[in-house]
Design a protein around this ligand. Structure first.
Ligand SMILES: Nc1ncnc2c1ncn2[C@@H]1O[C@H](COP(=O)(O)OP(=O)(O)O)[C@@H](O)[C@H]1O
Ligand SMILES: [Mg+2]
Length: 342
């Protein structure tokens, strides 16, 4: 919010509580998290003929709903990054930054995402899908399947989540069942994946129909892998931007990143994360994040900074791209009138 050019924008902070209530903060509010505590309770509305946010307290006298030109979602996880809030904004006909419903939903589902990448000819780490119901019903058969498919270590992940929540690195058979039980708490779909001894390389993509990729960066996690603690709690994980890589590799990464972006039909922004096998030099697309971490010191912004796009410029671009995308959508005919079709 601080980085947005106040000569151009009126910035209204909106917070969504853990319980799902929307609160509209004051435009002078900084930091935005304060909107969560003191903001006015609002009800989001999908009615395109009315305002997006309607004051929850209809008797309130100061209850004029704000006019909103564009929403900039800076959200993570369920109901934020998975296409649901994007669906609300589609129905309400409000422009918003970033991926639409389809790209958000597929970018969130590691199983579907990997299938689409594989289909596009991008290398993905071999994986199998296990349904929670399957794991609960026949654990021995699932264990056998994993042992048949992979050597240890394997990674066990809930298919739809992020921030490494519910993810385990499994070193041996004894650790497998606890890992599957943990992942099963967070999703009905679980993926089991071959563990790769790899460098973790990331690349930012920006644009709509003709996106461009930044210089790549590298993450050096402080823990055995980039788990929740290494991401958010413990100090010591390092990021190196730009990553030290030979020129051909940089080209390959940028090329894969743009292809991953267009494969999921993303819009605006995405951060594509890679695993670069230390031993064999193979480059795998690990995942695509439709709403990457978004502080000025987050990877997404740092990689653009290193590529010549400063943070506030990046925000301008993303807002322009959101408006452009919305305009493009309005060109699509939504009604079919047989007699007028000629
Ligand atoms: N197949 C794998 N081989 C090696 N490390 C992995 C593998 N899958 C995940 N990891 C490690 O786990 C971290 C989180 O996994 P990721 O698939 O990126 O989930 P999230 O969406 O929660 O970030 C990665 O950053 C990496 O450190
Ligand atoms: Mg990740």
């Amino acid at each position: 919010m601080k980085a947005l050019d106040r000569g151009k924008y009126i910035v209204l902070p909106i917070g969504i509580t853990r319980e799902g209530q929307w609160r509209l903060g004051d435009r002078a509010l900084d930091p935005p998290a304060k909107a969560l505590e003191t903001g006015r309770l609002m009800t989001p509305s999908a009615d395109p003929s009315g305002p997006l946010l309607v004051p929850a307290d209809l008797r309130s006298t100061r209850s004029t709903p704000p006019g909103i030109d564009v929403i900039f979602p800076v959200l993570h996880g369920t109901f934020g990054e998975d296409g649901t809030v994007q669906g609300l904004l589609e129905m309400a006909n409000v422009p918003y930054v970033g991926a639409g419903v389809l790209a958000s939903a597929t970018g969130m589902d590691k199983d579907v995402m990997k299938r689409l990448f594989r289909d596009a000819g991008l290398s993905v780490v071999p994986w199998i899908l296990v349904l929670r119901s399957e794991w609960k019903r026949e654990p021995a058969a699932v264990t056998q399947r994993v042992l048949r498919e992979f050597d240890f270590p394997v990674f066990v992940k809930p298919a739809n989540l992020g921030s490494s929540v519910g993810i385990s690195k499994v070193h041996n058979r004894a650790e497998l069942a606890p890992a599957l039980n943990l992942a099963a708490r967070y999703d009905r779909k679980i993926i089991v994946e071959r563990g790769i001894d790899a460098r973790e390389i990331e690349c930012s993509v920006l644009g709509n129909d003709n996106p461009g990729a930044s210089l790549p960066g590298e993450v050096l996690p402080i823990n055995e892998f980039y788990d929740y603690e290494a991401k958010y709690i413990k100090e010591g994980s390092e990021i190196i931007v730009p990553a030290k890589l030979p020129q051909f590799r940089v080209q390959q990464i940028r090329d894969f990143a743009v292809r991953a972006f267009t494969t999921l039909d993303c819009a605006g922004m995405a951060r594509i994360d890679f695993l670069l096998d230390r031993k064999w030099g193979r480059l795998y697309v690990n995942e695509l994040n439709t709403i990457p971490g978004f502080t000025p010191i987050s990877m997404y912004a740092k990689m653009w900074e290193a590529s010549g796009v400063p943070y506030s410029k990046l925000l301008d671009r993303l807002i322009m791209l959101a408006l452009e995308r919305h305009k493009e959508k309005l060109r699509t005919q939504l009604r079919f009138a047989p007699s007028a079709a000629k």
